[in-house]
Write a protein that binds this ligand. Structure first.
Ligand code: FAD
Length: 464
């Protein structure tokens, strides 16, 4: 038709994976079309994920720090919470970034086509009546929250992470269903804002991907603040009644009990959007769960169609999507690029933060991977103590053969920033001496990485 478009590369979805891929390919000289169904570019991460959640977590941190300085001789009054103001701050941050993406797309002459895209053939996507044809395509359709059959999701008192980020109100009693990263971050926000928070988790620990000892300081802190944390417990029914949501729990001994909440936040995982794009019409296979399989260049079974980000598998993280996006864009532009990152860090931006990268101790034990460790307790870090905090810990795992770093877990304020050094150490093949002999600025939390390496080597002289 007259409005039809052709591009060398079409990117389906403008999340962190999609926009990174589109921009990289444009920089390499490709003509690029970026298809997005939502009003704003940026996907889940910018609009309803990483960024708004961090803006709210910052507010939460200010509130709890102000509470806690009372123990150190500095007392503030109770916070006056203006939800409209908080929402404006959060939306302002999001809009600045999504608006920035519009500008970056224009600068690079990436053509943005708004609308829902579906494949109609191996070289064609229909976007609500406009046909976009391509030589190469990158699928970056992302994921959405999982819903549960026994939960009345149509009741406004049942929310997902997107609903929680809307900050519609501060529920008096909030149930967070799922003790993973997203659930616990939102629990942290609403606890600080004054909700009585209950967390329920099926597994025997919160943040099941991280080592138990690393999660312990977080567990201890939230135990003291939240109404309840139920582990090894599942929710079997949620009933909407006038006085609240009546929730039935069942523990691992088969005992049932009920409780009532004003809101239920369902955060039990995310499901890929692979089944919603008619991928079969392009010959691309999608598995039962909705994931699209790819090779080390991010190519699907159809060589000129690539896939990246949440839609290709775990871990569903923005930095993984961005990295894969660049790999796919370079491969699609004819470069010999492969995904060869050794590790992908994970972070829960709770208070304290929990971060890990590479092999965890739990995983090493399960898989029979030989390791030795260096552990530095932050109770001996001068910087941590001067923040009024002592519960943190930095743990490094080393290969006993060559003393190279193979993994690290950090818990404490700013752990998410600190884990980047461990990721770099693993990528560079650094060993304990490299970390121990690198002069770290004093007094910083970054020293704890240096100290953990010295603990392993037995060369630590003073703990400060
Ligand atoms: P997405 O960001 O999901 O983007 C996909 C885009 O494609 C969307 O804009 C969608 O509208 C569009 N799309 C899909 N199908 C179509 C179609 N058929 N036609 C047109 N457009 C389509 N990760 C981190 O690394 N750090 C964090 O701190 C973090 N915090 C998070 C907090 C929350 C509350 C949530 C929900 C997630 C968080 N994540 C975080 C995960 C992160 O948001 C995702 O891993 C990341 O957004 C995945 O990027 P993506 O490009 O694969 O897909």
């Amino acid at each position: 038709g007259p409005g039809d478009i052709h591009a060398e590369l079409v990117v389906l979805g403008s999340g962190p994976g999609g926009y990174s891929a589109a921009f990289r390919a444009a920089d390499l000289g490709q003509s690029v079309v970026l298809i997005e169904k939502d009003d704003n570019l940026g996907g889940v991460c910018l609009n309803v994920g990483c960024i708004p959640s961090k803006a709210m977590l910052h507010m939460a941190k200010v509130i709890t720090e102000a509470e806690e300085t009372a123990h150190h001789g500095l007392k503030f009054g109770a916070p006056e919470i203006d939800l409209d103001g908080l929402r404006d701050f959060k939306n302002g941050v999001v809009n600045k970034l999504t608006g920035g993406l519009d500008g970056l797309a224009k600068q690079r002459k990436v053509k943005v086509v708004k609308g829902y895209g579906k494949f109609t053939g191996p070289n064609m996507i229909d976007v609500e009546g406009t046909t976009v044809s391509f030589d190469n395509c990158i699928i970056a359709a992302g994921s959405e929250p999982v819903t549960l059959p026994f939960i009345p999701h149509d009741d406004p008192r049942v929310i997902d992470s997107t609903g929680a980020l809307e900050l519609a109100d501060i529920p008096e009693r909030l149930l967070v269903l799922g003790g993973g990263i997203i659930g616990l971050e939102m629990a942290c926000v609403y606890d600080a804002l004054g909700s009585k928070v209950t967390v329920v988790e099926l597994m025997d620990q919160i943040i099941p991907g991280a080592d138990k000892d690393v999660v312990k300081p977080l567990m201890q802190r939230i135990k003291g603040r939240y109404a309840n944390i139920f582990l090894k417990t599942k929710v079997t029914a949620v009933e909407a009644k006038d006085d609240g949501m009546h929730v039935t729990f069942e523990d691992d001994k088969g005992e049932s009990f009920t409780d009532t909440f004003d809101k239920v936040l369902v955060a039990v995982g995310r499901r890929p959007n692979g089944k919603k794009i008619d991928a079969d019409k392009a010959g691309v296979s999608v598995d039962d769960r909705g994931f699209i399989g790819v090779d080390s260049q991010q190519r699907t079974g159809v060589k000129h169609i690539f896939a990246i980000g949440d839609v290709v598998g775990q871990p569903m993280l923005a930095h993984k999507a961005v990295h894969e996006g660049k790999v796919a864009a370079e491969a699609a532009s004819g470069e010999n690029r492969h995904f060869d990152a050794k590790v992908i860090p994970s972070v829960a931006y709770t208070d304290p933060e929990v971060a890990w990268v590479g092999v965890t101790e739990t995983q090493a034990k399960a898989d029979g991977i030989k390791f030795e460790k260096g552990v530095f307790p932050w109770a001996a870090s001068g910087r941590s103590l001067s923040l009024g905090r002592s519960e943190g810990m930095t743990k490094l795992l080393f290969d006993p053969e060559d003393q190279r770093v193979i993994g690290g877990c950090i818990v404490g304020p700013s752990a998410g920033d600190l884990i980047a050094e461990v990721a770099l150490a693993i990528e560079m093949g650094a060993d304990a001496v490299d970390l121990g002999h690198t002069i770290h600025p004093h007094p910083t939390l970054s020293e704890t990485v240096n100290f953990a390496a010295e603990m392993f080597e037995g060369t630590i002289t003073d703990l400060m």
